[in-house]
Every structure is written in structure tokens, then in C-alpha cells.
Design a protein around this ligand. Structure first.
Ligand code: COA
Length: 464
């Protein structure tokens, strides 16, 4: 039985910080944010929004636009790394909100859990729910997987300029109108690491940014190698002499902690895949530079990062490589459209990869590209750390789903906030009712209980 993505809905908070204002306030060159990292706006949650209500809002949009009632949904999973409770799962909050619309107990039959593994957990949730469908357990019902997060870093830290917030809800079934996942080739890689983590009680993560970037690329490369073995042994893809697996992936969607990470990761994977092919010699000749090798080629990530001479040369090599027409052609045709949304909203942790997929669908459609039967490859990464590589093919019916996708109008009227307002929200100086925006047709948080026997209980309402 097939399984895949039938539809996608998004929810992005309307408040944002402009990268230029941010750079000015922090005494930074705005070009570092806009050109160096690909950040132009960071979506920020209002005081009356949290990851659960963003998830519920994305879910409601998904259900309304597909005229689905709760009885059609067999599973509702939420993947997040912005958990609200050590025990109570975020999907229960979401169901509580949805039942305000659909009636008390309307989701009683619907199973689900909250999933955690930094930014990769949404991909595990998609995989597990696809397998629930493939196993025939769904009995004609949909699974909904929602990825929802607030990417929040310490004030003044190097992660602060890669913040953002939002949710993506995905409808899965056995006859999907957008994409069918390729079967039996989803591949993973996993290792105990501390590149980025958030200890209990801490609101912001401890981040080793450069270490994490390199680990991300290494882990995805490992998962890609397993994907390649499975794709070749299953006969899904056949390689001719001088070809790479990436030649058979029409569009590449990468996890995007910031927009330019997609480009960095693509360059890394292409270097790895092209290095032993005849085409590489031509590129190296044109570049006029040999690929640098670290002093200790079998060393650790730490030893590679500490090898300053290598790092500097490797940075230069990557820069020159990304300017070659061979790289540019792949970048423009396979990756660029997926990076647009990230530039507009920032990091969404679990939701970043899927916002990138949404972005690619919308902007390729606008370009007039025919996506039918095209293969999308996904590189999902979660710190701590695990990577997942999988793929799917676009269904002939995708056009009717993608035609109306419009990021700007779906986000709605965006409001730029001052750095003072942003810092007040960041430092939790405003309570839930001291919100900036008037909300319409969405769930908002109105109270968090403080009495000892009810501590942490959250009340949400739907604003008409
Ligand atoms: N104009 C244009 N580009 C500039 C620039 C300027 N004035 N100044 C710097 N840049 C470029 C750099 O060359 C670099 O480009 P490169 O990636 O191609 O090398 C880029 O901007 C970033 O600069 P860098 O000095 O590496 O940034 P940083 O040390 O301030 O930190 C991150 C960048 C991404 C490591 C940091 O923001 C971070 O840790 N973010 C969080 C990431 C995360 O959470 N990861 C875990 C989950 S995947």
C-alpha cells in the first residue's frame, strides 16, 4: 500500500523582526544576516501564542480546507522541541483546542503522541505514520502530523539571528494528492552528541553552532549513503557509469536552521558525490584549486574544526565551488525555491524542512515548472544527533493542491516590531494578555495557571 502527503497547511505568527533593524541594534553588518546567512525576517510569537496553539491553528486550517471532520482522522501526532510539559503531550493540547470547534469528545478515538528528537522528530513521525497507513491499520482514515516550534536563542548569542516560529500540518493517507513516499528506502544515522541541546528548565538551547553545522552535514551524508545502497539494491534507482544518486533526485529539500545552510549542505553533498566521478576533474581544473585535506583526515569533528589552515582553505574551496556553473545549475534547479520561505520567516526547527518543501512547491509552481512524477529528496537533521534521508514522487494531482498556496497571504498582514518590543517578549516581561496583535479566527493562549495544584495548566480560546 502507498502512503504520502495529501495536503499541507501552515501557521506562521504575524509579528516579525526585520534583519536590518536587528543587525543595527546588535552592531552587526546587515549583509552578514542577509547575504551570509540568508535571514531577512524572523517570525516572532506574540505573548498569547505558544507552540501548541500554532499547531492547533495549522491543524484547523488543514481540516477546514479539506472539509475533514474528526471522525476521518485516526492519528494526530505533534513533533516539537518546544515542549510545554515533561509528561503531557502536545497533541492533547491540540485536540483540546480542536474540540472547542468540533465538539467535546470528537477526537476521542484518535491516537497519537508528542515526538522529540530536536529538528528531525517530524520526519520520524511522518515515517511512523506512513508505516501505519502502509500496514493497513488506518482503515481509510487520515493521519495528521504537525511540526511546531519556536526557535528561541539567548539574547546576544550567535544563534539569536537564526530565530523564527511556526507550524506545518501534514495530512497523510494511502492515496495522496501531493506526494507518495518511495517505499523501503528511508535511511537514518544516529550518534550520541551534544551539538545543540536544551537541559530541563532552560528556555534556550546550549549551541555549538559550527560543530553542529559540520555534524549535520556528516550525519546527512551517512544517511544518504544508506539511502543510496537501498535505492540501488531495491532497483528504485539504477546508476550508469559516471552518475551519482543525486542525478536522480530532481529537487533537494534540506533541514534549514537558516536559509543558507541548505546551500552549504548541498555543496558538501555534491563534493562528496562528485569527487570520484569524471566530471570532478573538469570542475577542479576550472577552479584552479585542489580540494584541501585536513592534517588528520581520520580525526574528530573537533580536530577538523581546530585545524585552522584546513578550515580556511576549505571555506575558500567551498566558496569557489559554489560559484562554478556546475554547482549553480544544480542549486538553481533543485534547491533555490525551497530556501525562499526560510528567508521570510527564519528557523522553525522541526517545521523548517517541511516549510522548505512547501516553499519549493509554491515557487516552482509559480515558475511554471512541471513537477509531476518528479522525485524530491529530503535531508532531515536533528541535533543530539540523528539524520534521516528519504524521498517521494509528486503525484499528477499536485496542481490542484498547490495552485492556491501563497505564503504571504497565508501568513497574513505581518507587523514589524521594534527591538524593544522584541526584547520584552523574548525576556517574558509581558503576560499572555499583554498581546500586541488582535487575533481573528485562531486559537490563542489566555492563561497559564499558577496555583500549586493546577500549576502549568493552559487555557486557550478561539477568537472569532
Ligand atoms: N557579509 C556577508 N557575509 C558575511 C559577513 C558579511 N559582513 N560576515 C560573515 N558572513 C558570512 C560568513 O562568511 C559565513 O558564511 P559561510 O557559512 O559561507 O562560511 C556566514 O556569514 C556566517 O558567518 P559565521 O561567522 O560563520 O557566523 P556565526 O559564527 O556568527 O554563526 C551560526 C553562524 C549558524 C553557527 C550561528 O548563527 C548558530 O549557531 N545558529 C544556530 C544554528 C543551530 O541552531 N543549529 C542546530 C540545529 S541544526
Amino acid at each position: 500500500m502507498a502512503a504520502g502527503i495529501d495536503d499541507i497547511a501552515i501557521y506562521i505568527p504575524r509579528l516579525f523582526v526585520d534583519a536590518r533593524d536587528f543587525a543595527k541594534a546588535r552592531g552587526m553588518d546587515p549583509d552578514k544576516l542577509q547575504r551570509g546567512l540568508g535571514v531577512s525576517k524572523m517570525a516572532i510569537v506574540d505573548t498569547n501564542q505558544d507552540p501548541a496553539c500554532m499547531a492547533a491553528n495549522a491543524c484547523l486550517r488543514l481540516m477546514e480546507r479539506n472539509k475533514i471532520s474528526p471522525k476521518d482522522v485516526g492519528r494526530l501526532y505533534v513533533a516539537t522541541e518546544s515542549s510545554l510539559d515533561e509528561s503531557k503531550a502536545m497533541n492533547s493540547y491540540v485536540i483540546g483546542m480542536l474540540e472547542q470547534i468540533y465538539g467535546d469528545g470528537s477526537f476521542e478515538h484518535c491516537g497519537g503522541i508528542e515526538c522529540k528528537f530536536a529538528c528531525v522528530s517530524g520526519s520520524y513521525a511522518l515515517y511512523d505514520n506512513s508505516n501505519w497507513i502502509r500496514a493497513g491499520e488506518a482503515e481509510g482514515k487520515y493521519a495528521i502530523v504537525v511540526v511546531s516550534d519556536i526557535a528561541k536563542y539567548d539574547l546576544g548569542s550567535s544563534g539569536e539571528y537564526t530565530q523564527g516560529a511556526g507550524a506545518v500540518a501534514m495530512l497523510l493517507n494511502d492515496n495522496p494528492r501531493i506526494m507518495t513516499f518511495d517505499p523501503k528506502i528511508t535511511s537514518t544515522s544516529i550518534k550520541n552528541e551534544y551539538d545543540f541541546y536544551r537541559p530541563f528548565g532552560k528556555e534556550t538551547p546550549i549551541v555549538h553552532g559550527q560543530y553542529s553545522n559540520l555534524l549535520y552535514m556528516i550525519q546527512i551524508k551517512k544517511a544518504l549513503m544508506t539511502y543510496k545502497e537501498k535505492a540501488l539494491s531495491s532497483g528504485l534507482i539504477k546508476l550508469n557509469e559516471g552518475e551519482t544518486i543525486l542525478d536522480y533526485i530532481d529537487f533537494v529539500n534540506m533541514h534549514l536552521p537558516y536559509s543558507n545552510m541548505g546551500k552549504k549542505a548541498l555543496a558538501y553533498l555534491l563534493r562528496h558525490e562528485w569527487r570520484n566521478l569524471p566530471r570532478w576533474k573538469k570542475i577542479i581544473d576550472k577552479m584552479g584549486m585542489q580540494e584541501p585535506i585536513p592534517k588528520d583526515p581520520r580525526g574528530t569533528i573537533e580536530s577538523v574544526l581546530a585545524d585552522e589552515e584546513f578550515m580556511q582553505k576549505d571555506h575558500q574551496f567551498t566558496k569557489i565551488f559554489t560559484m562554478t556553473e556546475e554547482f549553480q545549475e544544480i542549486y538553481d534547479s533543485k534547491l533555490a525555491s525551497s530556501l525562499i520561505a526560510s528567508r521570510m520567516v527564519g528557523n522553525l526547527y522541526t517545521a523548517s524542512l517541511y516549510m522548505g518543501f512547501r516553499s519549493c512547491l509554491e515557487f516552482e509552481f509559480q515558475k511554471g515548472t512541471d513537477l509531476e512524477e518528479k522525485r524530491f529528496g529530503f535531508g532531515s537533521y536533528g541535533s543530539g544527533s540523528s539524520a534521516m534521508v528519504f524521498s517521494g514522487r509528486i503525484m499528477p494531482t499536485y496542481k490542484e493542491m498547490v495552485r492556491d498556496m501563497n505564503l504571504e497571504s497565508e501568513i497574513g498582514n505581518r507587523i514589524k516590531i521594534s527591538l524593544e518590543e522584541y526584547e520584552e517578549i523574548h525576556e517574558n516581561k509581558r503576560g499572555p494578555t499583554e498581546n500586541i496583535l488582535d487575533s481573528k479566527k485562531e486559537f490563542v493562549l489566555v492563561e497559564i495557571e499558577n496555583k500549586p495544584e493546577m500549576r502549568g495548566q493552559r487555557t486557550y480560546v478561539f477568537r472569532e
